[in-house]
Design a protein around this ligand. Structure first.
Ligand code: GLN
Length: 288
């Protein structure tokens, strides 16, 4: 059967829409482009090319996985985040575009510190794929980073991603629950910790609930367990003039600010995400 690329795309779109997927057209484009290694423009420009049987079979297998609600980038095994290509594994949260705002937020503090000191050390707590740390390492050549995670599988993925993005010599990992097994001080501490309230996890979209690791989502009974652990330990690990950047849940700005205020830190900046929700907080010491 000689099907053109545009016919295959139309068929994928129809199959996904029929299965009730809300973004069938986008999913079909991302999946087919990823599987055939084509850019979005090539996908349009080469729409009359013939899709061979082997590619057709790979597309069919991917469709079945998407219909079972596996997210498109998990099917492809990788996604882009702030210009960094990240492989994914079952142990890692799939990085979200909103988390790029945390990267943006830390660029200026990092550059100011480096202008003053020549170099800076970053700690990424719950690094997962390494997304935040690796994006900052790629942007800022004078930066060194340590990625911490409770999951050894996640750290393996993070190290592979550091390698793939040519920053491995400035990235190391420590298997630890928050600060437990760390030594030394850092100029910048960042984290996108688990912050979902435990009893709403069951209500999450199946794409998230079934495929993102629960360890990366479950923030405990009130969603704040990770922030309490970080606020409780940070004094021994942050330099006097250091910065903290945190991703938070949409309704956690007040509570997280209060937790860090009690620990001696002041909110210097807050950013909303692409949906207009509070998403990123930046803190410094009250009395450096
Ligand atoms: N933003 C993620 C979600 O909506 C949650 C990530 C987290 O808990 N850090 O699924």
């Amino acid at each position: 059967m000689n099907e053109t690329l545009s016919a295959v795309l139309a068929l994928c779109r129809a199959r996904l829409a029929e299965a009730g997927l809300a973004d069938a057209a986008t999913d079909a484009r991302v999946l087919v482009a990823g599987l055939l290694d084509l850019s979005p423009t090539e996908l349009l420009l080469r729409s009359d090319r013939i899709v061979d049987a082997a590619d057709r079979a790979r597309i069919e297998a991917a469709l079945a996985r998407r219909i079972a609600r596996e997210p498109v980038h998990r099917i492809l095994g990788a996604r882009d985040f702030y210009g960094v290509r990240l492989t994914l594994s079952p142990e890692t949260l799939e990085p979200r575009p909103d988390t790029e705002i945390l990267v943006e937020a830390m660029l200026l503090p990092a550059r100011q510190l480096i202008a003053r000191k020549g170099s800076a050390r970053l700690l990424d707590l719950g690094t997962g794929t390494g997304a935040i740390a690796l994006a900052l390492l790629k942007e800022i050549p004078e930066l060194q980073a340590v990625g911490v995670d409770l999951s050894s599988g996640a750290l393996e993925t993070a190290r592979r991603n550091a390698d793939l993005n040519d920053v491995a010599e400035r990235f190391s990992t420590v298997e630890s629950r928050w600060f437990d097994r760390l030594v030394g001080r850092f100029d910048i501490i960042v984290s996108n910790p688990p912050y979902i309230t435990r009893d709403v996890i069951a209500e999450l979209d199946p794409d998230v609930r079934r495929y993102d690791p629960i360890l990366a989502l479950d923030g405990g009974p009130d969603g704040l367990d990770a922030y309490r652990a970080i606020a409780g330990g940070i004094d021994n690990f942050l330099e006097e003039d250091g910065w903290i950047g945190l991703e938070i849940g949409f309704d956690q700005k007040q509570t997280v600010t209060a937790l860090f205020s009690d620990a001696g830190y002041t909110l210097t900046d807050a950013f909303r995400d692409y949906g207009g929700q509070d998403r990123v907080l930046v803190f410094t010491r009250k009395n450096p």
